[in-house]
Design a protein around this ligand. Structure first.
Ligand SMILES: Cc1cc2nc3c(=O)[nH]c(=O)nc-3n(C[C@H](O)[C@H](O)[C@H](O)COP(=O)(O)OP(=O)(O)OC[C@H]3O[C@@H](n4cnc5c(N)ncnc54)[C@H](O)[C@@H]3O)c2cc1C
Ligand SMILES: NC(=O)c1ccc[n+]([C@@H]2O[C@H](COP(=O)([O-])OP(=O)(O)OC[C@H]3O[C@@H](n4cnc5c(N)ncnc54)[C@H](O)[C@@H]3O)[C@@H](O)[C@H]2O)c1
Length: 474
């Protein structure tokens, strides 16, 4: 039998992970020998990371179809009779992945042959010492050494132990997006980002959806009022099983049966498909970061400073493997910081994690930045709150919108905006000016009174939430 001899190769820069890490290496690295290492994501082992292949992009393409499918329900109140005639799920999946797979494949092809100084190694990497790695490629193990290493290996979905042995109908976000058909009955375990977005997708496209949560509301990390409104809306759309503990699961004919324990005792719920949406863990363990000497945070992320440096000089980390945010816009920002600091070590830049917004693309939409009202009050300083319902502004009337609102949390003494929360149509777009105000230190009074607000646009919700703050408006 042939003996596999590990080859050792030296590089100037090794980037682990071709999600956000892939964007770092451009023509400015032409004078360095670079390796990019990636093990692929999703059912095809695709190139390009989570966001492109199994995250932000496919889910939002599906959300757009879901929004259209949901629109007849809203149109009725406006005197327009729409009818949902059909949902061509295979056609939707083809549209989504026809575009995405082509982009992933082209990205891989560029990395294979686009730059003479860059090599793509495909397989799982693990540290075997400081700045020393082994990659399990199809051709056998390859050992790498590098002056500089960027760890951008992301995170992976958690499957609760109780679901792990319950058969092939249990999915995560990595696999559910390419189901052959919309399940008749989908059970979603979890009430966070992924759960709320995919309950909306499959619910709008024809599945009966059960959402199982441990707490008494969905999206519990949001502002209390936001979480309450979305919970009420979900209660009208889905079979909501809250305050339930998942204690058992078994494969049954046609799907999975779950055993739940809740306030009224034990109950069974069966679905054709179960989505495990209970969070993601950083891949620091898979890459054996500790063997590389990298210090970890108590929750298992690679520890970085505000220049994205790890505890080992010359090793940087970014994105889900090190960030508490697990958001693509944060990973992108951190990748730009690492890129700059690799290119210009003499004048490093720092990461800016102030005013990091997020949006949950469910129905109703949610977007938020900064502190919740509860967090602001717990911080102990003076707190003022301004809130405006969509139903109270002209475009909200036009839409007959009854559940949406915007809330601004501010310091009443300085007018400084501490947090902002929007639920309802166009929430991410409505929030963005508030993110800008927080990022650039614009106070609530100047923001409200120092500019024109287009009348009668939906943005008047934000203007009025600011004006509702109990500030001295004279
Ligand atoms: C369903 C879903 C929807 C989302 N929607 C949004 C959204 O709307 N907006 C938003 O901001 N964020 C969203 N996110 C989060 C976003 O996708 C992530 O924050 C972002 O993709 C993280 O980027 P990254 O570069 O850190 O990791 P990734 O993009 O995951 O890249 C890591 C890469 O490393 C590779 N890898 C892992 N371990 C190894 C190893 N040991 N050796 C070699 N390679 C390895 C992986 O194959 C992968 O290609 C979503 C996530 C999910 C799951
Ligand atoms: N629009 C976006 O920006 C977007 C969309 C999807 C995902 N993401 C990112 O991906 C991350 C992961 O998303 P996620 O929804 O998987 O995680 P999450 O942290 O948002 O939600 C996890 C949910 O699972 C619940 N949970 C945890 N353990 C459980 C258990 N044993 N049984 C039942 N419920 C349990 C939690 O209470 C919570 O409701 C998010 O934190 C976010 O950063 C972002």
């Amino acid at each position: 039998m042939d003996q596999v001899v590990a080859q050792s190769r030296r590089y100037d820069v090794v980037v682990l992970g071709a999600g956000s890490g892939n964007s770092i290496v451009d023509e400015r690295f032409a004078d360095r020998r670079v390796a990019i290492v990636d093990q692929g994501v999703g059912p095809r082992g695709s190139f390009g990371g989570t966001c492109l292949n199994v995250g932000c992009i496919p889910t939002k393409m599906l959300v757009h179809s879901a929004d259209l499918a949901e629109s007849p329900a809203h149109a009725q109140a406006l005197g327009v009779g729409l009818e949902l005639r059909s949902v061509d799920w295979p056609g939707i999946v083809d549209r989504v992945f026809g575009r995405i797979d082509a982009i992933a494949d082209a990205g891989r092809a560029w990395r294979v042959s686009g730059m003479a100084n860059v090599e793509l190694l495909e397989g799982r990497a693990r540290f075997v010492g400081p700045k020393r790695l082994e990659v399990a490629t199809a051709e056998g193990p390859v050992t790498l050494e590098a002056e500089q290493v960027v760890v951008a290996v992301g995170s992976r979905p958690v499957v609760p132990a109780v679901l792990a042995e319950a058969g092939p109908a249990v999915h995560t976000s990595d696999t559910i997006l390419r189901l052959p058909e919309v399940p008749e009955h989908l059970v979603v375990v979890g009430t966070g980002f992924v759960a709320c977005e995919l309950a909306h997708v499959f619910g709008s496209l024809g599945a009966a959806v059960t959402v199982v949560g441990r707490g008494d509301r969905v999206l519990r990390a949001e502002d209390d009022e936001v979480s309450r409104r979305v919970t009420e809306a979900f209660g009208r759309r889905f079979d909501l099983r809250l305050q339930r503990k998942l204690v058992g699961a078994r494969a049954v004919r046609g799907g999975v049966e779950l055993e739940l324990e809740g306030p009224k005792g034990s109950e069974l719920v069966a679905g054709n498909v179960v989505l495990a949406a209970v969070g993601r863990v950083p891949n620091a363990d898979l890459v054996e970061a500790s063997a590389g000497g990298l210090a970890l945070t108590p929750d298992g992320r690679i520890q970085v400073d505000d220049q994205q440096r790890t505890s080992v000089p010359g090793v940087y980390a970014l994105g889900d493997v090190s960030s508490p945010f697990m958001l693509k816009h944060v990973a992108n920002h951190e990748a730009r910081v690492v890129q700059h600091n690799l290119l210009h070590p003499d004048r490093p830049v720092r990461t800016n994690h102030r005013a990091v917004p997020h949006a949950v693309f469910t129905s109703p939409r949610v977007a938020a930045v900064g502190l919740t009202e509860r967090e602001a009050r717990a911080a102990g300083g003076p707190v003022a709150v301004g809130q405006q319902e969509y139903a109270g502004v002209a475009y909200g009337w036009a839409m007959e919108e009854t559940e949406g609102f915007a809330k601004v949390v501010a310091n009443p003494e300085t007018g400084q905006i501490l947090g902002a929360h929007v639920v309802g149509p166009q929430a991410p777009q409505l929030l963005q000016p508030l993110v800008q105000a927080m990022a650039f230190g614009l106070d609530a009074k100047s923001m409200a009174r120092g500019q024109y607000w287009i009348h009668p646009a939906l943005s008047e919700v934000v203007e009025n939430a600011l004006l509702a703050l109990p500030l001295d408006w004279e």
